[in-house]
Design a protein around this ligand. Structure first.
Ligand code: AMP
Ligand code: MG
Length: 337
């Protein structure tokens, strides 16, 4: 009996030790998808990385505007069509964000983005008249999606590029969570998603790129949050001595030009942070600050050539770095002017 007890205790100890080892060990994978390099790190079962990769590639195949066989490309070609349950969910969330941001985010801006050449890299400066013509059909309010069918108004085309990576990060972490993972870190082309804290219980330190040079503008400490950045430095071209980037103001058809160099949104849901970072970048520093003050469960880091503005939820967790080390960091509060 005593021997059996010792044997059982030994088995439990071995199980416990191997169990601990499994969850504490990081496994990483890199893939190229959604036009970006994705680095996935999971503290848990290595096979979850294969599931995550499959998920992202499948998602890209459904959503990509340049993949002729995608659901979105088919919808853009025909003006109406069936969409899968996942695409419908994303489309519905994206439209809600367009509405919430008063159209600063507008998924139907795609024909304008394409004409500038940001989809293919064949950049050009469009004529003002051409932009005006294209803008005439830009209005997310004319996109309808219901019970697996999406309908666009004539001439309209959509692109979910402003929210797809955030959505992908959410879905990956959902799979990890469902499989008992407590710690994971995803870097989807500079957009970072964290699951829980690091295995040692400390926060993740997520660096924010310097939008006007090499290196980093700062670092923010988070647990279980997404940290998503939109910036003009991410894709741009130069013509006639001027820089034109890929985030278009739907009110003008031109790249947003309001003094913001980048906007980072920190929050619980990647898809929301992704949509908001693009929209706040379009709004500009003043309107974006008002938008944040009006409500919403998120924090933000605004970088302009004059310095850094952070919302008060980050005041104890954000530190400037490198060439921003001595920059002015202003804190925004909701209850103050
Ligand atoms: P992000 O990197 O998330 O800020 O998204 C930028 C991408 O979204 C661009 O490359 C365009 O494809 C698309 N886009 C540009 N301007 C807008 C806009 N105002 N609303 C929605 N999507 C946009
Ligand atoms: Mg975005």
């Amino acid at each position: 009996m005593k021997q059996l007890l010792i044997l059982c205790t030994l088995c439990v100890a071995i199980l416990f030790l191997t169990g601990c080892k499994q969850t504490a060990e990081p496994h990483s994978a890199t893939l190229f998808a959604m036009d970006t390099v994705m680095e996935l790190t999971v503290y848990g079962d290595r096979q979850l990385l294969d599931r995550a990769k499959e998920l992202v590639l499948d998602m890209e195949h459904r959503l990509s505007v340049t993949d002729e066989d995608s659901e979105i490309a088919a919808l853009n070609r025909t003006g109406s069509g069936e969409v899968s349950a996942d695409t419908e969910k994303l489309l519905t969330q994206a439209l809600a964000l367009c509405e919430r941001t008063g159209g600063a985010l507008d998924i139907s801006i795609y024909p304008v983005v394409r004409t500038w050449g940001f989809t293919t890299g064949e950049y050009q400066l469009p004529e003002a008249g051409e932009l005006a013509k294209l803008l005439a059909v830009v209005d997310y309010q004319n996109v309808a999606v219901n019970q697996g069918v999406a309908v666009l108004s004539p001439g309209m085309e959509i692109d979910l590029g402003s929210v797809a990576k955030g959505w992908a990060g959410d879905r990956i972490l959902e799979i990890f969570r469902q499989n008992g993972v407590k710690s994971a870190l995803l870097n989807l082309g500079g957009n970072v998603h964290t699951l829980g804290a690091k295995p040692d219980g400390s926060s993740w330190r997520v660096a924010v790129r310097d939008p006007s040079g090499e290196g980093y503008a700062g670092v923010v400490e988070v647990t279980g949050k997404a940290v998503i950045t939109s910036g003009g430095y991410q894709r741009f071209f130069e013509a006639d001595g001027k820089t034109y980037h890929h985030i278009i103001n739907p009110a003008t058809g031109y790249p947003a030009d309001n003094g913001l160099l980048s906007v980072t949104v920190v929050g619980d849901e990647g898809v929301v942070c992704d949509g908001l970072s693009t929209a706040l970048f379009v709004m500009g520093p003043d309107q974006a600050a008002e938008f944040w003050k009006a409500g919403g469960n998120f924090d933000a880091i605004f970088i302009t050539s004059n310095g850094i503005v952070i919302t008060d939820g980050l005041k104890n967790t954000f530190s400037p770095l490198d060439s921003y080390k001595d920059a002015k960091v202003t804190v925004l509060y909701r209850d103050k002017d």
